[in-house]
Ligand binder design. Structure first.
Ligand code: NAD
Length: 468
């Protein structure tokens, strides 16, 4: 298991504090990971700056060939990577294997995209070419919920557009990212992609560095705000994919048989620790009882345990702080009249386990409804009039995703049009696409990742005006 930084193509031991990586399924320390010193962060950025002078002119074919080799290695080492993800993150081994395979397919999609070059004619007849040029050195800071996948979301659009990049994974889940960067370095020139390790201070030093042209960040709104405020002096660009409090609205004509599994699957995706998971559910009174009954059954059918056990369908919360936050939100809701409608389920004594929890008799104004729980609890509210729900939920300070559930697609679409979120799904939730722009309104983010928009985030325009 590698715990070294990867700088300028070489594995280097971090010289600063050691941070223990904890297995959330049993609270044991898996390994101590040495952090990068300030000098080592500088080294990574300097190596990237040097590498950029060549990488910016690399051909698209060379990039595609390298990406193909990286994907091949990821697939052939899939079991090892998935095991690392489960060990450090807690998700089931099946979900970890999905994360690896989905990441590999994502890279293939990015490789297939062309970076556009446009030629326009201005009103006087002059020809103008518009190029999308790379920015230079990008800093990437990633969270602990989908560590391998989100690293791929950051690294490959920046590399495809001929930037160099330095990543800092979450201190909770660095192991699968180190493995990814190790594989990348087998096939890209030294210095093009590095990884530095450590807590928030390392992320801050990296993101503030004057040689960084752009910061791509996925994580909490609080940290995103701090990164944005520190970008002012150097006017560096910032892409922020932040928290959400996604709403799901179930209309009275929804087909409960079809949607119950999908709703549960989204709300409890990765034990609820997914940015675009369904986080508060509003159900029309005509279908409320039937849907709630179905959701309770699905919750009770979950097998809670260590993600390494093949029978497990529901793993632990990733870390102690998040575990305590979710427990506190549940206790607060109950103290304000909320009713837990899932039965008490025995969970392992060691580890950060919380059984899937459905809460009714809660309303806006209670923290579990208003805030991002980012864990295995779903508040369910009954409604009569969808207008009230739209008005109320659009007041949220978040605007990442939402969903409408109905057999009448036209009606659902009319509601979707009025939801103040970056993405709205009809009859599904959370299923992001590599081809569609994804990002948040309000406190949920800045900039749209994925698709061509996601690539162009890592470029600047250069126009060449041609006069004969
Ligand atoms: P976090 O903000 O605590 O940490 C994210 C990363 O930022 C970590 O690597 C951390 O070490 C680093 N960091 C901490 N302080 C920093 C600072 N001052 N400067 C620079 N870097 C710093 O977030 P988290 O708890 O790891 O992730 C959970 C949050 O991420 C949730 O709110 C979730 O909704 C959000 N998220 C959003 C998306 C999205 O696409 N919108 C995707 C996944 C997760």
């Amino acid at each position: 298991m590698n715990t070294d930084l990867i700088i300028n193509g070489s594995k280097i031991k971090g010289l600063a504090e050691k941070v223990g990586v904890v297995n959330p399924a049993n609270e044991n320390i898996i390994v101590e990971v040495p952090s990068a010193s300030i000098e080592q962060i500088d080294d990574a950025i300097n190596a990237a700056t040097v590498a950029f002078s060549q990488w910016k002119d690399v051909s698209d074919d060379t990039i595609r060939e390298a990406f193909t080799k990286i994907v091949k290695d990821i697939r052939s080492e899939k079991d090892e990577i998935a095991a690392l993800i489960t060990l450090e993150q807690g998700k089931t081994i099946g979900m970890a294997q999905f994360e690896v395979e989905a990441g590999a397919s994502w890279i293939e999609y990015i490789a297939s995209l062309e970076i556009p070059v446009e030629t326009i004619q201005d009103p006087s007849g002059k020809i103008i070419q518009i190029f999308n040029r790379p920015l230079g050195v990008v800093a990437s800071i990633t969270p602990w919920n989908w560590p391998f996948m989100i690293a791929i979301w950051h690294l490959f659009p920046a590399l495809r557009t001929k930037n160099c990049i330095v990543n800092k994974p979450s201190e909770y889940t660095p192991l699968s990212t180190i493995k990814l960067v190790e594989i990348i370095n087998r096939h890209l020139p030294k210095g093009v992609c590095s990884v530095v390790l450590g807590k928030g201070a390392v992320g801050q030093a990296l993101s503030e560095h004057p040689q960084i042209a752009k910061v791509t960040f996925t994580g909490s709104t609080r940290t995103g705000q701090s990164i944005l405020s520190h970008s002012v002096n150097t006017l560096k660009g910032v892409v922020l994919e932040l928290g959400g409090n996604d709403v799901g609205i179930v209309l009275d004509d929804a087909d409960i048989d079809v949607i119950a599994e999908r709703i549960f699957g989204s709300a409890f995706l990765n034990v609820g620790q997914t940015c675009a998971a369904l986080k508060r559910l509003y159900v029309h009174e005509n279908v409320y009882d039937a849907l709630v009954e179905r959701l309770v059954k699905i919750a009770h059918a979950q097998v809670i345990g260590n993600g390494m056990d093949a029978a497990t369908t529901f793993g632990p919360v990733q870390n102690k702080a998040q575990y305590e936050k979710v427990k506190a939100l549940i206790a607060d809701a109950v103290s304000q009249g909320g009713q837990i409608i899932t039965q008490h389920q025995t969970v392992p004594e060691q580890g950060y386990f919380i059984a899937p929890t459905l809460i009714t008799h809660v309303h806006d104004g209670i923290a579990v409804v208003d805030e991002e729980q980012f864990g295995p609890v779903l508040p369910i509210m009954k409604f009569k009039d969808v207008e009230d729900v739209l008005q109320q939920t659009n007041l949220s300070e978040y605007g990442l995703g939402g969903s409408v559930w109905s057999t009448d697609i036209e009606k659902a679409q009319q509601i979707a049009n009025r939801m103040e979120t970056g993405t709205v799904w009809i009859n599904s939730h959370s299923d992001v696409s590599p081809a569609a722009p994804f990002g948040g309104w309000k406190l949920s983010g800045l900039g749209y990742s994925f698709g061509l928009d996601g690539l162009l985030l890592f470029t600047h325009k250069q126009t060449i005006h041609i006069t004969a």
